[in-house]
Design a protein around this ligand. Structure first.
Ligand SMILES: Cc1ncc(COP(=O)(O)O)c(C=O)c1O
Length: 608
């Protein structure tokens, strides 16, 4: 006769955050969820021996030195120049143009050995010898801009600096093999501003409409998923999933041909990709690229927005801007490569001949009339305004176009970052950043105690995305996977790591990746930290395995918190319920962050 004894499950030790609370918090963006995990990790830091290891952040912990040294030295030279014109002590004139390049040469020979002097000499020579710039024009653009005493003119990009940025994009985004023609550039306040401006202008110019169908290559930077759902846009999303797996079931994070083929759907007006991807940090392979190129021939109206912020971490990287230049709007950010997130430096690039301009020219008469009115005060021929110039105007509500443009000191620093790669013929800096993240990868895998995945030349290793379920299935089979899905939320592993070990990682599911996947940033901690993180991950995973193996034993840890239920299926809820849960979760995060800040303040007071 079958036993009538109640079936009990053994669970890993209970956490402070109950399963129902985890479910609520799961609704949040992984970036907000991370704040909550940080409070848990800080708590663990206060009560245990561990220090918090926050590998959730994408902010690199290195900075490029030479272009910064040169920026500050240029500032000193420019101040001298300003004082030549007028010097009332607390007030000076504007840096003069005539003879400024010669004066810079003299200044540099007097300041030989000063930090940034060699680089600045290289800047002058690159402009004069490689670009054939008129020396005074080139140097005056820099001195006047570093001082910031004029509005950006032209607003879109400074004349000489645009050419420097162009060379950088050709070298780093096109692997030195650009397509025919040139790109028009619009330097902006980071990739963040770039995306806001692009979505806005596509809508303003009738290239996208509310409710349109767009494709997102997944996983992706979470904000791009969230933007698509905003009230203003309400796009229908076609997911292009990086669902390719190796023979052993592990993800290689590439896109199967069938996924990319979804772009053949003529309803898709726009496709957005992060290349190399975030989190997996894997760039399109030549095969994937070839398929996209072929596809554009069939669907020539398709606009591709490619965010290539991690491009320099992949050897010989080639962006969509190089392969399908006419259809691509490229977003490049200097933030990660140069460790300059605080500077807010990014650039939008469109090819001089592009689909956006063609499609605008083909708009119905009613739209054309509307756009003539919109841009009519700016130019006598609004219909000839290029999409990139519309971006500039739209970024300042058109009416303020004459004071648009990125701040000039920002354009100078951006140009110097670009020049640091153009002057570095051995690519020493780029190789160093690649080495840093790869050494951390090796340390992480040492800690995990498993072999590294097979080599992939398209992989940048800025982040790692690990899928807990793939590991669970490969190591312990379906029964263990079922035990996990029945008894825990996918984010339980993250909560366990934060609470027990002070390690903060991010929820890969929130990036549109597999629900049990985890993002680890290799950019912001020291090598030794990564092997510790690997070990802590093994410890956390072992807890589940041991509890599962304990089988019929009753839970031995403290009781689950209020509201914790065992069945995962109970997670299904109505949309209204989800909204309320999200609100509650946001409140919980705010409260937890407040509490943690208070605890930190009182801990600091106590330490004084
Ligand atoms: C894919 C991607 N794009 C853009 C950004 C933000 O770039 P920026 O600092 O230039 O605004 C990030 C930051 O993490 C990112 O991961």
């Amino acid at each position: 006769m079958a036993s009538t004894a109640p079936i009990t499950v053994s669970l890993a030790s209970a956490l402070k955050t109950t399963r129902s609370r985890q479910r609520d918090l799961e609704q949040l963006s992984p970036f907000e969820l991370k704040d909550y995990l940080i409070t848990l990790a800080k708590d663990s830091q206060q009560t245990a021996v561990s220090t918090m290891l926050n590998a959730g952040r994408g902010n690199p912990n290195w900075i490029a030195t030479e272009p910064r040294d040169a920026f500050f030295l240029l500032g000193q030279f420019a101040m001298k120049e300003a004082r030549r014109v007028r010097d009332d002590g607390i007030l000076a004139g504007m840096p003069p143009k005539k003879g400024c390049a010669d004066r810079l040469r003299k200044f540099l020979s007097k300041n030989k050995g000063a930090a940034g002097a060699d680089f600045l000499a290289g800047v002058l020579e690159y402009g004069v010898k490689i670009k054939n710039f008129v020396p005074d024009e080139w140097i005056h653009e820099l001195t006047d801009s570093v001082i910031g005493d004029n509005y950006p003119v032209p607003p879109r990009a400074l004349v000489h600096l645009e050419q420097i940025l162009h060379d950088y994009l050709v070298k780093e985004m096109c692997d030195g093999r650009p397509p025919k023609g040139k790109f028009d550039l619009f330097p902006v306040e980071g990739g963040t501003a770039a995306m806001c401006y692009i979505f806005d202008s596509l809508m303003q110019n009738g290239l996208l409409k509310q409710g349109d169908t767009i494709a997102l290559f997944l996983p992706t930077f979470t904000p791009y998923i969230e933007i698509a759902h905003l009230e203003r846009f309400q796009f229908k999303i076609v997911a292009i999933n990086a669902s390719s797996v190796r023979a052993d079931g592990t993800h290689d994070w590439h896109y199967p041909a069938a996924e990319i083929a979804k772009l053949e759907n003529p309803k898709i007006k726009l496709a957005v990709t992060v290349n190399p991807s975030n989190p997996p940090s894997v760039a399109f392979s030549p095969i994937e690229m070839k398929q996209i190129v072929g596809l554009i021939r069939k669907n020539p109206d398709l606009v591709l927005v490619t965010d290539d912020v991690y491009g320099t971490f992949v050897p010989n990287f080639r962006s969509l801007m190089a392969e399908v230049p006419h259809n691509t709007i490229c977003v490049y950010s200097f933030s990660k490569n140069f460790g300059c997130t605080g500077w807010r430096l990014g650039v939008i690039a469109t090819h001089e001949k592009n689909t956006m301009d063609r499609r605008i020219a083909e708009l119905p008469a009613s739209w054309k009339k509307r756009l003539e009115k919109r841009y009519g005060a700016m130019t006598m021929e609004p219909e000839k305004l290029k999409f990139i110039d519309r971006l500039v105007a739209d970024s300042r509500n058109v009416a303020l176009n004459h004071t648009a443009g990125l701040s000039l000191p920002q354009q100078v620093q951006m140009g110097f970052f670009a020049l640091s790669h153009l002057l570095d013929l051995k690519d020493a800096y780029k190789h160093l950043t690649m080495q840093i993240v790869r050494a951390r990868r090796d340390a992480l895998w040492r800690g995990l105690g498993v072999p590294l995945p097979p080599e992939d030349p398209m992989r940048g290793w800025y982040y790692v995305e690990l899928d807990f379920m793939v590991w669970a299935k490969n190591t312990y089979g379906d029964a263990f996977c079922k035990y996990m899905t029945s008894n825990y939320e996918p984010v339980d592993f993250l909560f366990r790591l934060a609470e027990k070990s002070g390690v903060v990682l991010m929820d890969g599911g929130g990036f549109g990746g597999p629900p049990w996947s985890i993002r680890i940033s290799l950019a912001n901690l020291d090598d030794g930290d990564y092997s510790r993180i690997g070990k802590y991950m093994v410890d956390a995973a072992t807890e589940y395995v041991e509890a599962w193996k304990a089988g019929q034993l009753v839970r031995s840890g403290p009781t689950a918190g209020k509201g914790q239920k065992v069945k995962a299926s109970a997670a299904k809820r109505t949309a209204a319920g989800k909204g309320a849960a999200k609100k509650a979760a946001r409140k919980a995060v705010k409260q937890a962050v407040k509490q943690a800040a208070k605890a930190e303040r009182s801990a600091r007071k106590g330490a004084k």
